[in-house]
Write a protein that binds this ligand. Structure first.
Ligand code: C2E
Ligand code: MG
Ligand code: MG
Length: 450
């Protein structure tokens, strides 16, 4: 109770715009007993009252970092003391804070009387730092840190304008962003960013069902011998058929990588390619090698090799019938382990290709250290091939070096006859690109090329 009294004194001693907190919080139904601030219901009522004035405003939510741990380490009593300390600091905090509440645990809600997002962030960041500095008084050696999500709603008729409910849900995205840091941090909700996040959430929500519903389709793009013009092999590329639209991998593969879902997609694609090759053989069509893109999480999974073995046996894949496309970034920090996996894959009859070489921090060292069958030179090489000739010298060197190591080369992104001629004159074996064909549905690919 002393904490509460203290707080009341603090309120009385401060400005008149906190009047409302005291007034409302005196009704026990809307009061948080520990801190004397509003409880969640009380906050909602008061914040709604502020928004109803029609001038727009902001809502913030504040969390204490590692609060559970502080509770556990220092005991519940200290935890409570800290909560009361934060409540008191809020009451004495920036003048723009009009209403404050606590929704249980360490979740504080604030109504801020401003629509200037930048200014609010600056003010809240300053407030959080002040909290940290003075928290030593409560926590001793520990320093409290906090993070904060903020959303601004402009007056009706302006953009963005939100209802209180919309503000509360959207603000949580800002809070989650702020949480990603380890310091004091205030994050302002950004509608544009939110659109991106919604797209991502949508992908995550649907990806598992999409796999079951077979919405992922196998497309093939030819790799062509640049000296004879003959089809040499093909690359399997995924497309996602969603609500009648065809999504390109750039829209979902990065999200799959982030969530670990690539593991399932990679297995699915290996199976689809397995079925394809078995189908060719059953129909008496001489199979061409097909390469499948592999991701890091798939590659280092302990069941990877046994899965490759299973694919090989189940679909009767001939040796060299399937190529695994890996990325340099998958292997560069872990050359020993990568080589061990590659050796096993190769002994099962798979061939190994390195994708997108030259797109990042490529090192020629990798060519010497990794056992590769094929090197795919990133399309940026052809894109950036200026008149200066430096790119050309590098490309020539990569092709020559690969040949010495017995690695065949594929240049990606061949779009014109001139590029093809250039690639051929440099002694590269294969080309892949729109000049020959865009990626095609597997059936169309067969009709056209096999
Ligand atoms: P990647 O493996 O480097 O695939 C080549 C990409 O370049 C493909 O884009 C292809 O359509 C595009 N491309 C081919 N020729 C040309 C050209 O002449 N000009 C231009 N501008 N582009 C060309 P796509 O199909 O959108 O795939 C993008 C990336 O997504 C792939 O890059 C690969 O990293 C990933 N990906 C695609 N399918 C799969 C899959 O089944 N599994 C996994 N794990 N990743 C995949
Ligand atoms: Mg590839
Ligand atoms: Mg590539």
């Amino acid at each position: 109770m002393t904490g509460f009294l203290c707080l009341c004194r603090a309120i009385e001693g401060s400005r008149e715009n906190m009047e409302e907190i005291r007034e409302w919080a005196e009704d026990p139904m809307y009061r948080d007993r520990l801190t004397g601030l509003y409880n969640y219901d009380g906050f909602l009522r008061a914040a709604q009252g502020q928004l109803d004035r029609g001038e727009g405003g902001a809502i913030a939510v504040l969390n204490i970092r590692q609060f559970k741990y502080i509770n556990e380490m220092l005991g519940r009593e200290k935890g409570d003391e800290l909560l009361k300390f934060v409540a008191g600091a809020i009451v004495d905090g920036p003048k723009s804070i009009r209403v404050a509440g606590r929704a249980g645990s360490d979740v504080f809600y604030l109504y801020i009387d401003s629509t200037d997002g930048k200014q609010i962030v600056g003010e809240m960041d300053g407030f959080l730092h002040a909290l940290t500095r003075s928290s030593i008084g409560v926590l001793g050696a520990f320093q409290m840190r906090a993070y904060c999500g903020v959303i601004v709603s402009r007056p009706k008729g302006e953009i963005p304008h939100y209802t209180l409910e919309q503000m509360l849900t959207r603000m949580m995205y800002a809070l989650a962003k702020a949480r990603e840091y380890s310091e004091n941090k205030t994050w302002l909700f950004d509608a544009e960013l939110h659109k991106e996040e919604q797209k991502e959430e949508d992908v995550i929500l649907h990806m598992h069902a999409a796999l079951r519903a077979k919405e992922f389709e196998l497309y093939l793009q030819p790799k062509v011998d640049v000296s004879t013009g003959r089809l040499a092999s093909a690359e399997a590329l995924v497309r996602w058929r969603r609500d009648g639209r065809l999504l390109s991998p750039g829209l979902f593969i990065p999200i799959f990588d982030k969530t670990g879902f690539s593991f399932y997609l990679d297995r699915y694609m290996l199976q689809e390619v397995g079925k394809l090759i078995r189908g060719w053989r059953e129909r008496g069509i001489a199979p061409i090698p097909v390469s499948v893109n592999q991701t890091k999480i798939t590659f280092y999974n302990e069941t990877y090799i046994s899965y490759l073995k299973w694919i090989k046996e189940t679909y009767g894949i001939p040796d060299g019938g399937m190529i695994l496309e890996i990325l340099e970034s998958m292997a560069v920090d872990n050359l020993g382990e990568a080589n061990r996996i590659l050796d096993e894959a190769r002994s099962l009859g798979y061939r190994i290709s390195m994708d997108d070489f030259g797109s990042g921090y490529s090192s020629l060292n990798v060519l010497a250290k990794l056992k590769l069958d094929e090197l795919k030179i990133d399309q940026t090489f052809l894109r950036n091939m200026g008149t200066e000739g430096k790119e050309r010298i590098i490309l020539q060197m990569i092709i020559d070096l690969s040949r010495r190591f017995g690695i065949s080369t594929v240049v990606e992104g061949v779009e014109t006859r001139e590029q093809e001629a250039l690639v051929r004159s440099m002694g590269c074996s294969l080309g892949q690109g729109y000049l020959y064909s865009r990626p095609l549905p597997a059936k169309e690919f067969m009709e056209r090329f096999m």
